[in-house]
Design a protein around this ligand. Structure first.
Ligand code: AHG
Ligand code: MN
Ligand code: MN
Ligand code: MN
Length: 336
């Protein structure tokens, strides 16, 4: 069987009018950056990319060497192409307006260059998350501002992630379903290997960092305790638990075999809104989850409906199989 490459998939999407030529080229550049990051990660200790730096990012996290390397790879790969007006990243305090010596385009790119970066040094799966928004209409003399990125997730024109695991897989939505592409390292191309990713609704499996239990809101504690007891809502089930400390890996598992992912608000200093960032973690993952038939929740609404208030804003995150999220919302979170 002749398989379809990402390039062919994107050209066909352009032909059917689903995406613009510029968005096609932008996704090609994003995919190229992911290939480059994948290659760098796979070198491990041979590539001088392991370990910490002395620096902290704006979230107060110690930066890994690879956080900074991958951020640079993403900037270099994407800002010259002419499709972007500006970029924002977990690893950059401020937005990056495309320098004036490059042509300026109509899109905004938001990314988490390395997600789950604590996993890099122990050779476990990490990923890159990206989201594409349209920049507001340019008017003479008006520069791109940070507020231009404050768009609800429903406005995303594309979102996805690359997971760097035993295989490197790019998972992409252009707003009409979710497709998975496996990197063929021999020819250097992403090849379509899952044309319509749908979240199974049957798997009873939850992903949460259980060591934080004492800090969680009471309804989350109750849900978790009921999962352990095997009776959630009116239903009796044995639950399985998985936590990789890499959102990309946990979401990829859920997209593949179902389940629910939670990173709730907690009472530790700085964690009152949870840990995960709305723009480059919550929103892109929420678009993928909804497009794959799943559901999300954050403070009483779908993640895609949240209007961002700041660039590095954090939100509580619940996402996964529709039936499990529904059960959680109806039996535990309804007043939250
Ligand atoms: P990042 O590496 O981009 O900072 O993101 C890490 C995030 C996310 O990937 C993961 O789900 C979560 O942090 C893990 O947090 P804990 O270490 O608190 O479990
Ligand atoms: Mn980080
Ligand atoms: Mn992350
Ligand atoms: Mn990161």
């Amino acid at each position: 069987m002749r398989r379809k490459s990402l390039s062919q998939f994107l050209i066909e999407a352009e032909r059917t009018g689903d995406i613009s030529a510029d968005l096609r080229l932008l996704i090609e550049l994003v995919a190229r950056a992911c290939k480059s990051i994948s290659h760098r990660i796979s070198k491990g200790a041979l590539g001088d990319a392991l370990g910490n730096l002395q620096t902290e990012n704006v979230q107060g996290e110690v930066q890994k060497k690879l956080d900074v390397i991958a951020n640079e790879i993403f900037l270099d790969a994407n800002e010259w192409g002419g499709q972007l007006a500006a970029l924002a990243s977990e690893e950059m305090e401020f937005i990056r307006v495309v320098p004036s010596h490059y042509p300026k385009g109509e899109y905004l790119l938001v990314f988490d260059p390395i997600d789950g970066s604590s996993n890099v040094d122990v050779n476990l799966s990490v990923g890159t998350i990206f989201s594409v928004l349209k920049a507001p209409e340019a008017s003479p003399g008006r520069d791109i501002r940070e507020e231009d990125f404050f768009q609800a997730g429903r406005n995303q024109v594309a979102a996805g992630y690359a997971i760097y695991g035993p295989q490197t897989i790019l998972v992409l939505t252009l707003g009409r379903g979710v497709s998975g592409f496996t990197l063929d390292r021999h020819i250097g191309s992403f090849i379509l290997t899952d044309a319509t990713m749908k979240i199974p609704d049957t798997n009873r499996e939850f992903a949460i960092n259980a060591s934080n239990r004492r800090y969680w809101p009471e309804p989350i504690q109750r849900y978790f305790d009921d999962c352990l007891a095997g009776s959630v809502g009116q239903l009796a089930h044995d639950y399985n638990m998985r936590w990789t400390a890499s959102m990309v890996a946990d979401v990829h598992r859920i997209l593949t075999r179902g389940g629910v992912f939670l990173y709730p608000a907690d009472s530790r200093p700085g964690m009152q809104s949870g840990k995960l960032r709305l723009l480059y973690e919550g929103a892109p993952m929420a678009l993928l989850i909804e497009q794959a038939g799943g559901r999300t929740w954050s403070n009483g609404q779908a993640i895609l409906d949240i209007e961002p208030e700041s660039l590095h804003q954090r939100i509580p995150v619940v996402l996964g199989s529709t039936s499990e999220v529904q059960l959680l919302v109806e039996h535990y979170l309804h007043n939250e």
